[in-house]
Design a protein around this ligand. Structure first.
Ligand code: C2E
Ligand code: CA
Ligand code: CA
Length: 569
């Protein structure tokens, strides 16, 4: 049941005269709005990292484009080379095939005397493509030639000079032949009966022209063709052999041990040209995208920045106020304290939920100034209250504040200002705070506890806190999260996890606060299990300072075993 005291209640700013009671806070109108050395260093660092993120966002697409186009250019050049080499090798195979067929045509007649063969050889040469001469060798002697007839020439000039005629069919490139000494030739040898063989001589110019046409030197620094044994044919832009590995190496087996092997070595200028063309095509788009991305990042940063600015401005403009939610003491039966809850009412826009702006303030690094502002507002409010000595005042502290250097001076200053009110200050911290920066936070809290501050662990059970931390961590109160209180059903049947938390708090010797108690059944259940305080709508909703003050002097000091009865006042 909501308290009637809340009906129609509105936040009214405190009368101006109040500030005269608070010299410590007055002298620092907005405590942390003036930057300390630490916070300006943090701001410089934040600015530098913002610029860094923006530069990175702008550079990333450009770098990716450069890398991608380089990869794509290399892939294009490679597939171009594969096409060229495929074409050349297929053509060479066709030429070899024609020459071999021509030679094989004379195998049955290889034993005939040259006088009978010479004319047929000459005719064969004239009618077959690519063939310069057709020759019959017998052992190591040239028996008959389409060009020379019968000549006493050693046959090994045809066999790349090792003097032995290869067995079976063979291929070889020789640097010269007896008649054409300034040009290499491709020999296609076919074995004939006895020690005889037929050799077709193909002019190398066909192969060189082919290489040149399919693999021009503008695209490749060198094209190297091997057909069978012997020397290789080279089309190269320089004399020195290429050290790098080829763009493609195409090797195909023809017959017996004869292979055709073509290697194409890339020309860097050709690759760079292809790369440049791709860059030219994509870069304008990528540059535009980079600019857009940098702008979006900048805008997101500015929004964030402006969220921070909004909070700082709202503090200066006095848009925040505090509401206080009473705490019911189960043993005493009356109000034993309150939790301070920050409220932000934006002019023309209404209230902003703390669940929204508190995490934002934490993200944007303004939670410490905001809590300092909150302490200032609380200090003003409590000056008007007539609370009993020992009244608990719970104040929420964010993890960053807890482990920072500001905590001790901030809380000490606050306690100094409210010293005359004999209020028990309770720092409400979440499990997140315990898990983060434990050592520093613990030292801060220990120092404050030694000065009379109490520590409450808020939202207990929701923050994945390792239980071992609890044993080591200095705290006085455990606040059971509303989620666990909700597990108590109307019949008051056992809520297992809640029971375990209550048991844990008892065995650790902590005082227990149950949050979000909204029904009589929940209250009875919690009271039966020794919960010390309850906080929730059953007893009272959060209310502005002046409303709370009136409520306290009327209902809060009233003793009642049933908080709902108080709420009806
Ligand atoms: P919290 O610290 O757990 O605060 C209790 C919240 O539960 C408050 O919500 C309160 O209005 C709500 N509540 C209390 N009893 C009941 C109930 O019976 N039923 C329901 N449904 N809700 C109940 P509020 O004020 O919206 O605050 C939400 C959270 O925002 C707080 O949770 C706290 O984490 C944060 N917060 C509020 N004020 C401050 C502040 O000044 N500083 C910091 N750091 N955080 C704050
Ligand atoms: Ca709290
Ligand atoms: Ca809580």
């Amino acid at each position: 049941m909501p308290s009637p005291a809340l009906k129609g209640c509105r936040w009214r700013p405190p009368p101006g005269g109040r500030e005269a009671h608070l010299p410590e806070f007055d002298s620092r109108a907005s405590p942390k709005l003036q930057p300390s050395a630490q916070s300006s260093a943090r701001r410089i660092w934040a600015r530098a990292s913002q610029v860094g993120v923006m530069v990175f966002a702008a550079a990333l697409p450009v770098l990716l484009c450069v890398a991608f186009t380089r990869y794509e250019a290399a892939r294009l050049v490679r597939s171009e080379a594969e096409l060229a080499s495929n074409f050349v090798v297929n053509q060479v195979m066709a030429i070899v095939g024609r020459a071999r067929d021509a030679a094989q045509g004379f195998v049955p007649r290889a034993a005939e005397p040259c006088s009978k063969l010479a004319a047929a050889l000459t005719l064969g040469t004239a009618t077959q493509p690519y063939i310069r001469t057709l020759n019959i060798v017998d052992g190591d002697r040239l028996a008959c030639s389409s060009a020379l007839g019968q000549q006493s020439i050693a046959a090994h000039v045809f066999t790349a000079g090792d003097g032995r005629m290869p067995r079976g069919d063979w291929l070889a490139i020789v640097p010269r032949t007896p008649m054409v000494t300034d040009r290499p030739a491709l020999l296609v040898g076919v074995r004939a009966p006895g020690a005889r063989a037929v050799i077709a001589v193909v002019d190398s110019q066909y192969l060189l022209d082919l290489l040149h046409a399919a693999a021009p030197l503008s695209a490749y620094r060198e094209a190297e063709l091997r057909v069978g044994t012997g020397t290789s044919l080279r089309e190269a832009s320089g004399d020195a052999p290429i050290a790098s590995s080829p763009v493609v190496a195409d090797t195909r087996k023809l017959f017996a041990s004869s292979v055709i092997d073509l290697r194409l070595y890339g020309e860097p200028a050709h690759l760079n040209k292809a790369w440049g063309a791709l860059l030219l095509r994509y870069m304008p788009w990528v540059a535009a995208f980079s600019g857009l991305l940098a702008w979006l990042v900048h805008r997101a940063q500015r929004n964030r920045q402006s969220r921070r600015e909004q909070l700082l401005r709202a503090m200066r403009a006095g848009e925040f106020h505090v509401e206080y939610q009473p705490l019911y003491g189960v043993e005493s039966g009356r109000c034993e304290g309150a939790e301070a809850l920050l409220r932000w009412v934006r002019p023309g826009m209404g209230a902003v939920r703390p669940d929204e702006f508190i995490p934002g303030a934490e993200e944007d690094g303004v939670i410490v100034p905001l809590t300092q502002h909150l302490l200032k507002l609380i200090a003003r409010d409590v000056m008007l209250w007539g609370t009993r000595p020992g009244f608990h005042l719970g104040i929420n502290f964010a993890p960053e504040h807890l482990s920072g250097a500001d905590l001790l001076p901030d809380v000490r200053r606050f306690m100094g200002v409210i010293a005359g009110r004999r209020i028990q200050t309770v720092l409400e911290i979440t499990e997140r705070s315990i898990m983060r920066n434990t050592e520093h936070a613990r030292r801060n809290l220990e120092a404050l506890r030694a000065e009379g501050v109490q520590v409450a662990i808020d939202d207990f059970g929701t923050g994945f806190c390792a239980l071992s931390y609890l044993e080591k961590f200095p705290f006085d109160i455990l606040k059971i999260d509303r989620g666990f209180v909700l597990t108590i059903d109307a019949e008051g049947r056992s809520a297992v996890v809640l029971d375990a938390i209550i048991g844990l708090a008892h065995s650790l010797g902590a005082r227990l606060v149950a949050e979000g108690v909204a029904s009589q059944a929940q209250f009875e259940y919690l009271r039966a299990r020794g919960t010390h305080y309850i906080q929730g709508f059953l007893y009272a909703k959060p209310m502005p300072a002046d409303v709370f003050s009136r409520w306290y002097s009327r209902a809060g000091s009233e003793v009642s075993a049933d908080p709902a009865v108080t709420a009806r006042h």
